[in-house]
Design a protein around this ligand. Structure first.
Ligand SMILES: Cc1ncc(COP(=O)(O)O)c(C=O)c1O
Length: 368
């Protein structure tokens, strides 16, 4: 079976709600007339998104990875400074740290795959910043992490790429840390139609630097005020699409959660691990099961025509692309990399598809 022929895909972007007549006209007008960058759609998105998150500022940028680079650089850390990251989060924060000439130091995660506040400083003598990834749409214990970091004078960056619209203790993620980052990659909970991202912050100085960094480090046209700037701009088409979709984000998150809850009930019945939680501290970006016999499960789902994948199979520290990082192994990180598997969970899934996944899951769970 080829990837294209799964009866139930992991995602199907062609099913996103269609644009209205009025929205289509706005898109056409923008394509025909511009401006394509630094225009009113970006400003509106930044205004609406900062209100949505509850931060003083938001800045649209070109991707979640650009957002992480801007975040690191906005903190004005010395070259080679240690920054704490987790090794099971897709590598994005490690890549961004290396791009910014910082030294990523790994920390162990909890059984949920999220930075463990008690292990944060185990391998770092003098960290200057911590990246907290709200992985799969699960909220990290960001209150504790921020409190501990503050005591030690360490900056906190929240990576909310998988967690747009997530609340923790009644407060949106993206509003807890010194600076936060978002990705609007097309499969994310808030999706652009190409690459896009954002940063949010309530710190005036960090915001000012981030704004300059987004565009070459310029404080004014052709005047590079600070180092580390580049072209990290969002384009107007992406901002316009995000403006159309932001009002629906919470409804889409609810639909994801409903689907996830169907799987969760089955997992509970059979004693199978599924990451996430029933309360509001999880927005079901992904439905991730934990299975010791993962390959058997993947083969079984494939026979039922159901696509699966692994987020993420390799710890950062074993990958040659990150090979300047020489660190000890992390048992929970490795256990998760070997056992997690993602199953279809996107808001446009049909009832029939959800039932197909449930049937396939029950079949496998009964046999194990
Ligand atoms: C947790 C996390 N951080 C960062 C990123 C990077 O975002 P982007 O693909 O927009 O660069 C992603 C997404 O792919 C992600 O899942």
């Amino acid at each position: 079976m080829t990837l294209d022929s799964f009866s139930v895909p992991l995602n199907d972007l062609s099913r996103k709600p269609p644009f209205t007549q009025d929205q289509t006209e706005q898109i056409m007008e923008l394509i025909l007339k511009g401006p394509y960058l630094n225009g009113a759609h970006t400003r509106q998105f930044e205004n609406d998104f900062s209100n949505f998150v509850g931060s003083k500022y938001a800045l649209g940028v070109s991707s979640g990875t650009s957002a992480l680079q801007i975040a690191f650089r906005s903190l004005n850390l010395e070259k080679g400074s240690q920054v704490i990251v987790t090794a099971n989060s897709g590598g994005y924060s490690t890549i961004a740290a290396l791009q910014c000439n910082l030294s990523p130091i790994f920390a162990e995660v909890s059984e949920l795959g999220i930075l463990n506040p008690d292990s944060m400083f185990d391998h770092s003598s003098n960290p200057k910043a911590i990246v907290v990834t709200h992985l799969y749409g699960q909220a990290a214990p960001i209150d504790r992490i921020v409190a501990i970091a503050k005591e030690r004078n360490v900056f906190v960056i929240e990576d909310c790429a998988q967690a747009a619209g997530l609340k923790y203790m009644g407060k949106m993620v993206g509003s807890w840390a010194d600076i936060s980052t978002f990705s609007f990659y097309p499969t994310k909970n808030l999706a652009a139609i190409g690459d896009a991202g954002a940063i949010t912050t309530s710190d005036d100085e960090i915001y000012q630097r981030a704004r300059w960094l987004r565009e070459y480090g310029w404080s004014q046209r052709y005047w590079a005020e600070i180092q580390g700037g580049s072209n990290f701009r969002i384009d107007e088409i992406q901002a316009l699409i995000l403006n159309f979709r932001l009002p629906n984000l919470m409804a889409m998150n609810s639909r994801r959660k409903e689907i996830w809850m169907r799987y969760q009930r089955l997992c509970m019945r059979y004693g199978v691990g599924i990451l996430g939680s029933l309360d509001e501290s999880f927005v079901a970006h992904l439905a991730v099961l934990q299975l010791p016999n993962r390959q058997d499960f993947v083969n079984h789902m494939k026979r039922f025509g159901i696509e699966t994948t692994v987020h993420y199979p390799y710890p950062d520290y074993v990958q040659p692309g990150f090979n300047q990082i020489n660190q000890s192994a992390f048992p929970i990180t490795e256990m998760l990399c070997e056992s997690v598997v993602s199953i279809p969970c996107f808001p446009e899934m049909t009832e029939g598809e959800v039932i197909m996944v449930e049937t396939a899951l029950s079949g496998h769970f009964e046999a194990i």
